[in-house]
Design a protein around this ligand. Structure first.
Ligand SMILES: Cc1cc2nc3c(=O)[nH]c(=O)nc-3n(C[C@H](O)[C@H](O)[C@H](O)COP(=O)(O)OP(=O)(O)OC[C@H]3O[C@@H](n4cnc5c(N)ncnc54)[C@H](O)[C@@H]3O)c2cc1C
Length: 343
């Protein structure tokens, strides 16, 4: 069997890996000149946090997300499994209790237990939620690892190749029996008009004086923010959620809010060096759930919203199974071991 995957974001690379591992002859076409150029995946926080996300997401996000923890650990040695923390400032303590009521998989920590886990937060918060099974990764290193795995599996990733401008070639491959797997993120709106964009703004800062070893979410009724350690004293601070498909620059308000939240977590963030300011646009369907959708012989994997790294492995597995079974379901999303088909 042959497959042509369009797009080398996390969805496209995960799909290509799943197909190649099943013996399918795959090639990947990527419009950007290099890994990450023009992709939303480049700006992700890299949190693999299915229990935290369940607080505001459908049950499928938890079920499918749990599957991805092992997938990443098996394929990317940089997957860090130290759990994650959720905290709130005294005046927002109600937010923490509400968060806890809406999910599971956590332990309550008191101040000494929090200090034992993260000594640099000692004395700053009286309680926290700890999700011990969660993980995180550096998305850029993870994308590079997937691309390297593809090279090892003999899969070419053709950068600087716009699938639209070589449409003749992809149609010819399709006519010769190859499956087209479209993972173009928001660009696939020409075929998936129900996709929308949700802009996310983020910062990367350098702060060697503070040591955090797991992601920390700071709850706030209006501006929830998280901080993800990237190693070498670097931290990703994210992320806004703005209903917009414009990857415009960060607004002054967002910058103030992100930095303000980091400063409130630990005043040393006031001295941090800003390394990078980035924005990405998340592709999302109306219900914020991803889809594997087959239209006219092309399989679309899209709508990963704020869960691209969390859900791409499970979606890629579903898509590969669908291709190999030569299924013709218009849409598939397995919520658990039972296959659920959505018309
Ligand atoms: C600030 C921020 C923080 C986030 N944090 C997290 C997080 O902590 N955890 C998590 O799981 N998710 C997170 N996400 C969400 C995650 O980044 C997205 O869900 C994911 O990146 C979507 O991946 P994708 O592969 O569908 O799209 P993309 O990453 O956008 O990839 C699409 C690719 O297709 C290529 N392409 C487009 N058109 C063509 C064409 N015509 N021909 C060839 N190639 C084409 C593009 O160049 C691009 O490389 C975050 C997102 C943002 C913005």
């Amino acid at each position: 069997m042959r497959a042509v995957v369009l797009g080398a974001g996390v969805a496209g690379l995960a799909c290509a890996v799943e197909l190649a591992e099943r013996g399918v002859a795959v090639e990947v076409l990527e419009r950007g000149e290099r890994l990450g150029a023009g992709s939303c995946s480049w700006y992700a926080g890299g949190m693999l946090a299915p229990w935290c996300e369940r607080e505001s997401a459908e049950p499928q996000v938890l079920t499918l997300g749990v599957e991805s923890l092992g997938w990443w650990a098996a394929r990317f040695p940089g997957t860090v499994r130290r759990g994650s923390l959720v905290i709130a400032h005294g005046r927002d303590a109600g937010e923490l209790r509400q968060f806890a009521r809406r999910t599971e998989g956590y332990e309550w920590l008191d101040a000494p237990a929090l200090a034992a886990l993260e000594p640099d937060l000692a004395g700053r918060f009286s309680q926290a939620l700890y999700f011990p099974q969660e993980a995180h990764l550096d998305p850029r290193a993870a994308l590079a690892a997937l691309a390297a795995s593809l090279t090892a599996l003999g899969v070419p990733v053709r950068f600087g190749t716009d699938a639209q401008s070589c449409r003749e070639r992809t149609l010819a491959a399709q006519a010769a029996g190859a499956t087209l797997m479209d993972c173009r993120g928001l660009e696939a709106r020409d075929a998936l008009p129900d996709l929308r964009g949700v802009k996310g703004e983020m910062l990367i800062v350098s702060l060697p004086d503070v040591s955090l070893s797991r992601p920390v979410r700071v709850l706030h009724p209006r501006v929830p923010v998280y901080i993800v350690p990237r190693g070498d004293g670097h931290y990703m601070i994210g992320a806004t959620m703005i209903e917009s498909d414009q990857p415009t620059r960060i607004s002054a308000r967002s910058m103030l809010e992100l930095l303000g939240a980091a400063y409130a977590l630990h005043p040393a963030f006031g001295e941090a060096q800003i390394i990078e300011i980035g924005t990405g646009v998340r592709p999302a369907f109306a219900d914020n759930l991803p889809r594997v959708r087959r239209i006219g012989g092309t399989v679309y994997v899209n709508g990963l919203y704020r869960h691209g790294f969390l859900l791409a492995p499970a979606l890629a597995r579903q898509a590969a199974e669908e291709v190999l079974a030569r299924g013709d379901a218009p849409e598939v999303m397995h919520a658990d071991t039972r296959q659920r088909r959505l018309a």
